[in-house]
Design a protein around this ligand. Structure first.
Ligand SMILES: Nc1ncnc2c1ncn2[C@@H]1O[C@H](COP(=O)(O)OP(=O)(O)O)[C@@H](O)[C@H]1O
Ligand SMILES: [Mg+2]
Length: 353
């Protein structure tokens, strides 16, 4: 038996426009999964099908092994929080949170106790009597989350719930949301276009582009071993360099041979590929690389101190690479005419083109 949600080969088309294509994935019970991808890639449509607000054109959706594809929204007991919140402006915070319990005929005493608990949980124990227009944006968002949780949903769905908040509050709320979910162990799906948000929050990230799933995995796996060029470019910053396969371990990058540990086994000699390496994996030193086959000669074209580390742009035979250096290395590198740019073999991922 599969505990949790299963999406099986789901497609959604609006007329001739297919916006979600053959998506299959599972959200195991208690996990936090993010649907991540650029705007328009079909994240909301996929989530709306899970919620029951849209019907798949083909494919099925299961919850705890039960086919719910045709179950109406109100019988699914899923809770949703959207970017544009619909808190009831004419009700107090307490009454907003208690709303679903009123519908379920929970006794007034139990309702009050539960509201108190949820207000504690969102760290706003003293605002129950306030009206909604007396709250800040972040407080409203937390009340919306508490109201959704009061439903005791079997699945918690959040569609870009933090994107209207300013950067600092958003950061804070991401951490809070994650902690809240870990405490309650509630099965949760969050839709976002913000890769940093997905990295912060998720147990598993589902990366989407053009309605198609590109990769599914834990954040570190997706970051370290991107499945293709799209994922490598979309998640964090990556240097994506055109290279040619030499054999099962080496590629040629301009005039240099580069050993790469992460190389698919089905590549042909002479085939054009992309070498992907993260800026923080590149080591820049002032000495020459000597005989090191994994070093390129480069020239620093730009440096900026972004606090904590220094970002470098390096010209290597006409290719621009982004790297980072620690402040201690700064003076030494800044003074050198040419630098040695080392690409550690275990940080080089080869992606088919
Ligand atoms: N009801 C609809 N009718 C027609 N096209 C739609 C409808 N809803 C969404 N779309 C289209 O489907 C695509 C995916 O939309 P959406 O799921 O909202 O993307 P995302 O949430 O990733 O930004 C977009 O091109 C959008 O215009
Ligand atoms: Mg959307």
């Amino acid at each position: 038996m599969t505990l949790g949600l299963e999406i099986r080969d789901v497609t959604k088309a609006y007329g001739a426009n297919t916006v979600v294509r053959n998506v299959s994935l599972t959200v195991p019970r208690g996990q936090f999964v993010c649907f991540l991808g650029p705007s328009g890639c079909g994240k909301t449509t996929l989530m709306r099908m899970v919620a029951g607000l849209e019907t798949p054109t083909s494919g099925r959706i299961f919850m705890n092994d039960k086919d719910i594809t045709d179950t109406p929204v109100h019988r699914r007991n899923f809770a949703m929080v959207f970017q544009a919140l619909a808190l009831f402006p004419f009700l107090s915070v307490e009454d907003n949170i208690a709303y679903s319990m009123t519908l379920r005929n929970v006794s007034p005493a139990d309702r009050r106790a539960r509201v108190r608990e949820l207000l504690e949980l969102i760290k706003l124990p003293d605002i129950g009597r306030r009206s909604i227009d007396q709250l800040s944006g972040g407080q409203r968002q937390r009340v919306a989350i508490a109201r959704a949780l009061a439903q005791e949903p079997t699945l918690f769905l959040l569609d870009e719930p933090l994107s209207a908040l300013d950067a600092k509050l958003r950061d804070h709320m991401q951490v809070e949301l994650r902690q809240l979910q870990q405490k309650l162990r509630i099965t949760t799906i969050l839709v976002t276009h913000d890769q940093r948000e997905a990295m912060t929050i998720a147990d598993t990230i589902v990366v989407m582009a053009d309605g198609v799933v590109q990769q599914i995995g834990p954040p570190t796996e997706i970051y370290r071993n991107p499945a293709n060029r799209f994922v490598a470019g979309f998640i964090g910053q990556s240097n994506l360099l055109d290279a040619v396969v030499v054999d099962r371990r080496y590629v040629r990058l301009g005039g240099s041979l580069i050993a790469a540990e992460k190389m698919p086994s089905n590549l042909q000699e002479g085939q054009g590929v992309t070498l992907s390496i993260r800026p923080e994996s590149i080591r820049v030193t002032s000495e020459s690389g000597g005989n090191d086959p994994n070093a390129l000669a480069g020239r620093i074209t730009f440096m900026r101190d972004v606090g904590g580390h220094i970002e470098l742009r390096i010209d290597c035979e006409g290719r621009e690479l982004v790297g980072v250096a620690m402040p201690a290395e700064w003076a030494c590198i800044a003074a050198s005419e040419t630098v040695s740019v080392h690409l550690p073999a275990d940080a080089c991922t080869i992606l088919p083109r």
